[in-house]
Design a protein around this ligand. Structure first.
Ligand code: UD1
Ligand code: UDP
Length: 374
């Protein structure tokens, strides 16, 4: 008998997290891991490219939910995932990160009963385990849809795998003890370390006419930054004023907002490109003078690469990237961004890589799961 685990991925940052987990499950014959792709992200550049580059097996199940409001999208994920659990009878449902696919599938899994009981920590159990990878992160910003997803997912998860010390502190404060919360490091960094050498072979700098260490790399997609035309306008203006060439792979949400706002970015300063594959984007991060972003994952990746990151948000759920890494959390005001830009060389020199961000996090998760089930 093997333990069947349904692994859920749906949006861009999920694919980097699920890739090493599927590989680690594949190495342990006691597990039968299957991949569910919710279809929250469906453009090739936000989905298929990562399957190709990261050698993720084709999904066993595709829910094809597509876009919608939060309620529509989450409800569609739940409606389509429930019959999958009924059919597959998993021992566990593993979700990663903080997107709508994460909470949608976690809620369904938490309320379904299997036909047969299995043994969990020596006791019979009928409901599949809910397993959350990247648990415990908190921005303490209720305006952020991801914060709601994180809190709700953690509150119904049986096993919470944590990537940084603040996650353990947050969970302890919420009454989640060491029986459920386990520090394992960062699966996204497993993927980065495995792909780093390949990324350094990428020819993207030549393709875009960029020189190593001479440009800023920009990503923006948080609703608080891009959905308000005044905010978007102001941010772009401040970045423009930094005086270095900027390359900006534009998320589809942001592409729409730029068009709606009628915003024209100075082509002598900006290179707007479509969302990039992981390998090219990793190379662009590694060779940037500075990365300016509101992404969650990019704050972590720049820390491991030792590249200065300026985070254009008022808060971060990933404080280790500021305390130990290369991240400066600055918000969106001109003065704060310029002041941070002047500090990037000092930040680069002082940075270190957080504990357990060592490429082995997925193996730790699979080992911990096997020991609770065994
Ligand atoms: C989602 C996640 C966010 C994550 C981001 C990563 C939630 C609540 N948000 O935000 O946490 O940081 O993904 O990139 O889960 N669209 C396309 N093609 C696609 C997918 C989306 O054009 O393949 C467009 C649609 O117009 C859609 C919009 O982008 O309405 C937003 O997509 P959605 O998945 O709702 O949220 P993201 O902003 O991508
Ligand atoms: N990324 C990518 N191509 C891009 C932009 C980002 O491959 O054009 C990768 C990035 O390296 C990281 C992940 O996408 O691994 C982060 O996803 P995103 O910023 O969309 O989501 P968040 O982390 O904010 O939830």
């Amino acid at each position: 008998m093997s333990w069947r685990i349904l692994c859920v991925a749906g949006a861009r940052p999920n694919f980097m997290k699920i890739a090493p987990l599927l590989r680690a499950f594949g190495r342990d014959p006691r597990f039968d891991a299957r991949l569910v792709h919710t279809g929250q992200h469906y453009d090739d550049k936000l989905s298929k490219v990562f399957f190709d580059e990261l050698a993720i097996p084709r999904p066993d199940i595709e829910l094809e939910v597509g876009s919608g409001t939060h309620a529509q999208q989450t409800a569609e994920i739940m409606k389509r995932f429930e019959p999958v659990i009924e059919k597959e009878q998993p021992h566990g449902v593993l979700v990663v990160g903080d997107v709508n696919s994460t909470i949608g599938c976690a809620i369904v899994a938490a309320k379904v009963f299997r036909n047969e009981a299995f043994t969990y920590r020596g006791q019979p159990r009928r409901r599949p385990l809910v397993i959350h990878v990247e648990a415990g992160l908190r921005s303490f910003d209720g305006d952020m849809p991801e914060e709601i997803n994180r809190m709700l997912t953690d509150s119904i998860s049986d096993l919470l795998f944590v990537s940084e010390p603040a996650g353990m502190t947050n969970l302890a404060r919420e009454g989640v003890g060491p029986d459920r919360a386990i520090m394992v490091g960062n699966v996204m960094i497993d993927t980065l370390l495995a792909a780093r050498d390949r990324a350094m072979q990428s020819t993207v700098l030549d393709t875009l006419g960029l020189k190593d260490g001479s440009y800023g790399l920009v990503t923006l997609h948080r609703p608080s930054n891009v959905d308000d035309p005044d905010m978007l306008h102001s941010l772009v203006g401040v970045l423009d004023g930094l005086g270095l060439p900027l390359v900006f792979p534009v998320h589809p949400r942001t592409r729409k907002r730029i068009a709606d706002a009628g915003l024209v970015l100075d082509p002598t300063r900006w290179q707007l490109v479509d969302p990039l594959g992981y390998i090219d984007f990793l190379r662009l991060q590694a060779s940037a003078r500075v990365v300016l972003t509101d992404s969650g994952g990019v704050q972590e990746e720049t820390t491991v690469l030792g590249v200065p990151c300026i985070t254009l948000r008022e808060n971060t759920e990933r404080p280790v990237t500021v305390d130990q890494g290369t991240n400066q959390l600055v918000g969106t005001s001109r003065d704060a961004i310029i002041a941070a830009f002047h500090k990037i060389d000092a930040v680069r020199a002082a940075a270190r890589v957080p504990d357990q961000w060592d490429g082995k996090s997925a193996d730790r998760i699979v080992a911990a799961l096997a020991s609770t089930l065994g």
